[in-house]
Write a protein that binds this ligand. Structure first.
Ligand code: SF4
Length: 493
């Protein structure tokens, strides 16, 4: 058997963009490196895939460790089928140089059933295309399938004791879609094979395909000539509008003429970039500051969202709070104090989290939070989970003021905010000396992954290291809020 030309992932890559497929096959070294967040998504997928195998016990893994491992896996799958295996994990098939590795293959009453596992809670168009390709390869290679299904996560499942796999997973037959897609798959396979054998790179400009359905990992290469302050930094408009401006020749924000149809936020951004200085509405900032009363608390939570619930009374992908940072300022001239909490490894953190938080934030005064949606959502969930603290949680909720509000309302707009009011952009624009750059954990999603990984870590030194990194990250979040708030106060002075 000859080596495959296309696999499931390269097929999907080619469907998204022929140039991406060409670069992958010929210039892989130009590919962007995998981020910690992406790696975490892959790892999660693997974990979920392994657990889903337990829905069909006693299977044999067709993965091979030999040198030409894909060819060996196809051979092994064939032998397993011929020898009467009933359940095969990672079953490999090849047809016309297209390779498909299926998560689970099951034989019931002499009929074969195919299952593809996804760690998501929803079935996307890409999943349907991906499973349709599996169906094309498997059936054309000579194995008729009675059915093909997607196994996804049921986010309504509430863990109570040992995980109930039949409740945790949802199985949906997609055979009808697969059958409907067969001609399309055939056509796309032929187009992609042509791209692979061509000696010239497809002449494709950057476009909306760079983001759909996934962010392409050759953007570092294709987007390198896009200038700073480009029209793609205008985040308040649709991608199609950005490309429309770009393709009309307006490469940077400076070049954009007055466009009345743009919303006010976008106009403020353009005005501020063109002027090269912040736009400040002192009256609006003053109104915001009037809502705030000392003593001040600056509060930030970190949560993680395990796909497979770890604790009782939690659902898949539920936000589980495990850490907070709280800076405290008694009055305008008082020095800042810091309180924090970070859960220990291996325990449900929620009760200790809320007990400590209520203790550290008790009393009077405004609690400033940046983008309060998540913190309010977590507190409302904790109110139901621990009704004994409901009154105190309500009191805390009533004291919350969202520090994001004046920035979201563009009462204070700095050109470097790039029409985004994320705290990272804001910090970069307003307090560049405080930066996340030197931190090992530099975003909420990396913190999420680090804490989840810590649950299974056995090396004490590694655990201590992760804890230090998490503490440093969360503390910087609230310290940034203190600095940003001081800048607002200085404007009014
Ligand atoms: S960055 Fe865009 S144009 Fe370049 S390969 Fe990827 S999808 Fe294609």
């Amino acid at each position: 058997m000859e080596k495959h030309i296309l696999s499931k992932s390269t097929f999907l890559r080619g469907v998204q963009c022929a140039k991406s497929l060409y670069l992958y096959k010929n210039f892989i070294q130009l590919r962007d490196s995998v981020s910690a967040e992406q790696q975490a998504i892959f790892n999660r997928g693997n974990k979920v895939g392994l657990l889903a195998q337990k829905l069909f016990l006693g299977g044999i893994d067709a993965t091979s460790t030999k040198r030409s491992k894909n060819i060996a896996s196809v051979e092994k799958t064939k032998q397993l089928i011929e020898s009467g295996a009933k359940v095969i994990y990672e079953a490999a098939f090849q047809h016309q140089h297209v390779l498909a590795i299926l998560d689970i293959l099951v034989k019931v009453d002499e009929k074969w059933f195919a299952y593809e596992v996804k760690s998501s809670t929803k079935i996307s168009a890409t999943y349907l295309l991906d499973a349709s390709l599996q169906y094309w390869v498997i059936t054309n290679s000579g194995l008729p399938l009675e059915d093909i299904s997607l196994i996804t996560i049921n986010n309504k499942y509430l863990r109570n004791g040992v995980i109930d796999l039949n409740q945790l997973f949802s199985i949906t037959s997609i055979k009808e879609h697969a059958l409907k897609n067969q001609d399309l798959i055939n056509e796309k396979i032929n187009l992609s094979k042509q791209v692979v054998v061509e000696s010239r790179m497809p002449d494709i400009e950057i476009g909306e395909q760079c983001f759909t359905p996934y962010n392409c990992d050759f953007m570092g290469n294709c987007w390198k000539s896009v200038p700073k302050n480009s029209v793609f930094e205008i985040t308040g408009i649709a991608k199609s509008e950005q490309f429309s401006l770009y393709n009309q020749g307006f490469k940077t924000i400076m070049e954009i003429p007055e466009i009345n149809s743009l919303n006010e936020g976008v106009k403020t951004h353009i005005k501020s970039v063109k002027a090269g200085k912040p736009i400040i509405d002192l009256l609006a900032i003053n109104q915001f500051l009037n809502k705030v009363e000392y003593p001040l608390f600056f509060m930030d939570f970190e949560t993680f969202m395990p796909a497979i619930p770890i604790y009782d009374n939690t659902r898949p992908y539920q936000h589980i709070p495990f850490q907070y940072s709280l800076h405290y300022k008694k009055d305008k001239c008082a020095p800042i104090e810091h309180f924090c909490f970070l859960a220990e490894q291996g325990f449900d953190p929620r009760k200790l989290f809320i007990e400590n938080l209520l203790k550290h934030s008790e009393g009077e005064g405004t609690v400033l939070v940046y983008d309060a949606l998540m913190e309010k959502g977590v507190l409302n969930a904790l109110k139901i989970e621990f009704p004994q603290y409901a009154l105190n949680i309500d009191n805390l909720l009533n004291r919350i003021v969202d520090l994001m509000q004046p920035f979201q309302a563009k009462s204070y707009y700095h050109p470097d905010m790039k029409n985004s009011y994320s705290i990272k952009n804001l910090l970069h624009a307003l307090v560049p000396e405080l930066s996340y750059k030197n931190l090992k954990i530099s975003s909420g999603s990396i913190a999420m992954v680090a804490f989840e990984n810590m649950q299974t870590e056995t090396d004490m030194f590694k655990i201590l290291e992760i804890r230090e990194q998490l503490l440093a990250y969360c503390e910087l979040d609230t310290l940034s809020m203190v600095k940003i708030f001081e800048i607002l106060e200085q404007q009014i002075k």
